[in-house]
Structure formats: structure tokens, C-alpha cells
Design a protein around this ligand. Sequence first.
Ligand SMILES: NC(=O)N[C@H]1NC(=O)NC1=O
Ligand SMILES: [Zn+2]
Ligand SMILES: [Zn+2]
Length: 475
Amino acid sequence: MGQFEQSEQFEQFELIVRGGMVVLSNEVRPADIGIRNGKIAAVVDDLTSRSQAAQVYDASGLYIMPGMIDAHVHLNEPALGHWEGFETGSAALAAGGCTTYIDMPLNGVPPTVRLEALEKKLALADGVSAVDFALWGGLVPGNVERLAELAEAGVIGFKAFMSCPGGEGEDIFAEVDELTLYEGMKEIARLGKVLALHAESEPIVSKLAKEAVAAGKRGAMDFVNSRPVLAELEAVNRALFFAELTGCALHFVHISSSEAVELISSAKARGMNVTVETCPHYLTLTLEDVVRLGAVAKCAPPLRSSEEQERLWAAVRAGKIDIIASDHSPCPTSMKDGDMFEAWGGISGAQSSLELMLDEGHVRRGIPLPELSKWLSLNPAKRFGLYPRKGEIAIGMEADLAIIDMGESYTLASSDLLQRHKHSPYIGRSLGCRVKATMVRGNVVYEQKPDGVKLTARTGRWIRYDEGNGGKLYG
Ligand SMILES: NC(=O)N[C@H]1NC(=O)NC1=O
Ligand SMILES: [Zn+2]
Ligand SMILES: [Zn+2]
């Protein structure tokens, strides 16, 4: 596993992906990929001359990468499927070269904080998702005793908010109070799972937001200034303190500052079981974009300065960031009208993550493709129990592939987007590569051709945690 292997014994394949440049975990090389029973059965030079396949996909001139594993996606069913649901959200992900996503326990109603809610969500995803998926459970005040049933059912971990997530209604996903966070960590440690945290200090951000609104300061920069890096640092520090006391494994989602990455790096150096994620928007957009675009680029934590962004890229390059995920948090476009404090916070970026990271990371900054692939596929697979089933192109692993033209540039138009509501801060952006096809377990689920796009089989399956490797990222 994990190696390029010469294979002579497999002569019959369902599919051969022929003539592409294959992105392996340690090199990029020309090879044919033979697929049997939905798995990678051969990665060799010139397979077609000595084997048979029901189908051949001609990938000459194209790059074959492991499909992205997007660990941070909000598809909002049950109840808020009119914001985004499994059908449209997974179509957008497929079009972006993602082959497995991990759905967040909010913003659907009920949130995934007890078994019945998980069952409702699964019933809605069944037969609808274009690509494979796993599920996060949620930790909220009052549900610590329900975490075990969710773990038993197969969630890959739990998510909690340290600041208010927004949203309305009775069955809301509330932020954790300190005691819930501490007790929840104890229980999650006992269950052997990871706690994913939205780390912003509620006392800091709510006070600053109140002051800004009271002073009539409701613009883009006022919003950005109400959620400073300090709020992220304080929350990360507090969570690390509780994790040290409880032994709970942590994953910090959507970290926006290199200062927070440094805090997390020191915790790793002390031997703590902690990982960190950032998102394409923090690596490709800055506060100038939120000023220019308004609420369509509103997210929490907010976009930062270009200097902060350069420091974040330096942290990525230094291997200090483990995972890059979209935090696709869509809503109806009408919820992006109005002032910056009222509008929905969340960027609809699912379809663009891989292309943005290849364009900005590889084409512009020269980061090798195997490195990018580690942050986009291998590390999330390992951290969240999907490895060695998924995460890289290697013998025996599922044939989850993104096929990319690294020579095609295009300008993203709203008509390219397959998500339910066609807003995105990346519309009008020129991208130096394009996903041509996406395969899940050897099934072509998405194809982009000159005459348009084709979505095929909705063969996405739920991947339970217990099929994985226990979340070991290192070693
Ligand atoms: N509720 C929700 O999805 N919030 C997400 N949006 C965002 O920008 N950050 C988040 O945590
Ligand atoms: Zn969040
Ligand atoms: Zn999120």
C-alpha cells in the first residue's frame, strides 16, 4: 500500500484510466490505472497492451489525483434543503473533483446531535449523493450523554462551536459553554473520537459586534474588525488547555491566522493529539475581497489581510497545516443581501476548492502536487478513519479519482456552478486548471466536456467510521 507497484497478475479490468500523469503520494509519473471491483488493482506503464478492460478512459495530457476528501461541508438537510441539499451540494463537490465529503452536524434541523437526527439525515442522503460521504456528530449543551449512540452509529467525530453559529428556531445548534466543552471532551476521549472545534471566543466577538452595531458601523471592515485574530487565539488556547486535562483529540477547523497555527504547532510538539485545517478562502481571498464583494465573502472567522495570508501560506508550506477543506456553508442568495452583520456567514466554495488550491498552490506557487494532495486527500482520510480505504492512489484502495487538465485556464461563471444557489466569491476568477472528470469507486460521476457537463450515477455511499484506521495521522 502507498507504493507504486508493478503488477503482472491482473489482466481483466472494469476500467483502465490510460495515459495520464498519476499523482502518487511521493511522486508524479505517467502510468495507466487498472480498476477492478471499484478498487485500484494496478498502477503500471502501458497496461492496455497486455490486459483487457470493459472501458478505457483516455487521460492522455491529463493529471490523475486522488479525489479530494472535503472534511468540512454543510449540506443543511433535514429541513434546510432549500439552502443546499445532498443532491445539489454533492453535484457541486463532484464537479470540483471531490469524491468524499464529511457533512457537518448543522445547519440542518434537527442538527446531528442524537441518533434519530442522524437517521433522518441518512434517509435523505441515501441514493441521492453523487459522491461518498461520512458524517460529523455534534456536541451541544445537553447532549453529552447522546455522544456514545452517535459514535456507535458511525460518526467520524464530533463538532462543537465556541462562538454562536447563527441560525434560528427551536432545535438550534448552540455553542458550547465551558463545562459542556470540558465534559464533552472527557466523553469524546473515552469514545476514542476527535472533537472538531470552531474556535472563536464568543465573549470577544459578541461584545465587539454589539459595539459596532450600536455605533452604526455595519460595513465589511466593521464586521472583519469585530472578529479579530485575538478571538481565535483565545479560543484555541482555552480548548488546548481542556484537551490537555481530558486527553481529547482535537481538530481545529477553518483556522485563519498563522498565530493560531503556531499555538497548535507548539501543542503538537508537546505531544498533544491535535490537527489543524484551513480553507481555500483564507489562502486565496483577503479583506480587500470582502470589501469589494460584500456578504458573499462573509465568513467566520473573517477573511484576513494579505500579510496574514502570506504567513498562512508559509505555514502550509512548512507542513504546519494538516488539512485543507472548503467549509462550504451555503444559503439562499437573498440571505447575502443586507448589511454585513445581518447577512448569512458562510462561503459557498465547494466546487472550487481543488482547482483553487492547484491554481494558487501549484501553478502560481510551485508546491508539488503530492504535497497538495496530502492536505486535500491523504491527511483527512487518515485523521477521520477513512484510510486505508481512501486517500491516495495505491493498490487496493478505492478508485476515487479527480482527472484534471493542468493546461486549461477558464474564468468561473455562475452558470458553471452546480450548487443550489449560484453565488460564490470566486465567480469571475481565472483558474489555471480544470477538473475534467471525477470517479467514485471507478464510477464516472462527473464529466466536463466542451458541450457542457454530465453528472451520472448517484452512487455515493455513507462511510462509517469503524471501517477506518482509528484516526492516526502520524505514524
Ligand atoms: N453555521 C455555519 O455554517 N457557520 C459557518 N460559516 C462560516 O463562515 N463559518 C462557520 O462556522
Ligand atoms: Zn465554523
Ligand atoms: Zn463550517
